[in-house]
Design a protein around this ligand. Structure first.
Ligand code: TYD
Length: 404
């Protein structure tokens, strides 16, 4: 067998299915979250994929623009693209609320976004947005109607698509002769190095490495000419891809990343088995910290109703007995309950008050941004709890080294 399971994270709900109330819980959908490694192409994937329409639909809650970090991240990238490519005609696959495309001209930009609530947003902004899933059909339609693209971009979307052959077949056809396909997604090596097992959830059908992407694109006569490791989303990787005969020269970053991946043995099944052992220990440690705090009857508040934390809560059996409630700035998550774990979500204005002394950093990927924003909480004796890279507490005493 080429695909082997190395991690079992148990029964999990659809991360985006926040509940309006706790009636009809028997109807809640769960699937088995198991993670596999494919020793033929080095790709890490879920064993069971959730039906795309169950995850990506008109109720999609996540707004990429809700973080300042992400806004400036995409602004920076758009500047880089404008330097690299003349007369850009851009296509974004999975445009969310327009956080990337808003940096480009409306005339030469096209977007594809299957969540119709989000597609409506960018259509209203003036960007042609097709409210469909990415596949060869929409790719052919764009090719016939708008022509080839010299920039195809996608952030946190490629990893959501089960059939990657379909993706690369369509990209191959739609990409201009000297065009660039740039995409970024969470990076498997960061997951391994930071024990962030919460990067595994329904939407993350795959977690990529340079090795796996190179193996996948070979047969489409595409190649990676540059690659970057990014801090966003808890550690991401960005690929710059062109046709085999495209004009771009291979950058030194490519062999550098390959060496790093081989040194870290991401092509060995044993590495994934070792990771799974660490995750079982991480679960025990986190539960001990939370339960010890609860002995003194103190409130614990979750910071960010993230998709990632859904994996933690459901894998560690954390419910409102351990995390009293969660705060999140996203309006359409507020006053709902988290899937599976059924913890109430409040606005920060309602949920963060002087009595709160313990906050679980569910949005740990924004650790710096959140700690800087909530520095007074620490100054007044508050304490953050995090599980990345290992479960521990963050207080005013040790905060400096956490955010340096
Ligand atoms: P995100 O990082 O996209 O994680 P995931 O992909 O796992 O959902 O989500 C971050 C969530 O945290 C999002 O719902 C917004 C919320 N958030 C706050 O409530 N306050 C903040 O200061 C930040 C940075 C994020």
């Amino acid at each position: 067998m080429t695909k082997k399971v190395f991690l079992n994270l148990g029964k999990q709900p659809v991360t985006n299915s926040y509940l309006k109330n706790l009636d009809n819980l028997d109807k809640e959908y769960f699937y088995n979250l198991k993670v596999t490694y494919n020793d033929k192409n080095n790709l890490v994937s879920l064993k069971n994929f959730v039906k795309p329409t169950m995850m990506f639909n008109s109720k999609y809650a996540h707004r990429a623009s809700s973080s300042k970090t992400m806004q400036s991240h995409f602004k920076e990238l758009s500047k880089e693209c404008k330097k690299k490519i003349k007369n850009i005609n851009c296509l974004e696959i999975g445009s969310n609320d327009g956080v990337f495309i808003k940096n480009f001209s409306k005339k030469n930009t096209i977007a594809v976004e299957p969540c119709s609530n989000l597609a409506n947003l960018t259509n209203d902004m003036g960007y042609i947005t097709y409210p469909v899933f990415w596949n060869q059909k929409i790719s052919n339609k764009i090719l016939n109607k708008h022509g080839k693209r010299n920039l195809i971009f996608s952030a946190n979307t490629m990893s959501h698509i089960e059939d990657l052959d379909e993706v690369f077949t369509s990209i191959k056809k739609l990409l201009d002769k000297d065009g660039v396909f740039i995409f970024e997604d969470p990076y498997i090596l960061s997951v391994l190095q930071t024990n962030s097992y919460d990067q595994f959830y329904d939407e993350h059908a795959h977690l990529f490495s340079y090795l796996s992407i190179t193996n996948l694109i070979k047969k489409f006569e595409l190649r990676v000419f540059d690659v970057k490791i990014l801090n966003v989303h808890g550690g991401s990787i960005r690929f710059y891809i062109c046709h085999n005969d495209g004009k771009y020269k291979k950058k030194r970053s490519v062999s550098r990343i390959l060496n790093i991946e081989l040194k870290n043995k991401i092509n060995k099944f044993q590495t994934y088995k070792n990771f799974a052992n660490k995750i079982r220990r991480s679960k025990k440690k986190l539960l001990k910290i939370l339960k010890d705090i609860k002995k003194s009857k103190k409130l614990i508040v979750g910071y960010g109703a993230t998709y990632k934390s859904s994996t933690i809560y459901n894998y560690c059996n954390i419910n409102s007995k351990l995390i009293d409630y969660i705060v999140d700035t996203t309006k359409n998550k507020q006053n709902k309950f988290t899937p599976g774990s059924h913890i109430k979500i409040l606005s920060p204005i309602k949920g963060l008050h002087k009595e709160i002394k313990y906050i679980f950093l569910a949005a740990w990927n924004f650790k710096k941004e959140i700690i800087n924003k909530e520095i007074n909480f620490l100054k007044e004796g508050g304490c953050f709890i995090t599980h990345v890279p290992y479960p521990r507490t963050i207080t005013l005493k040790n905060v400096r080294k956490e955010i340096s």
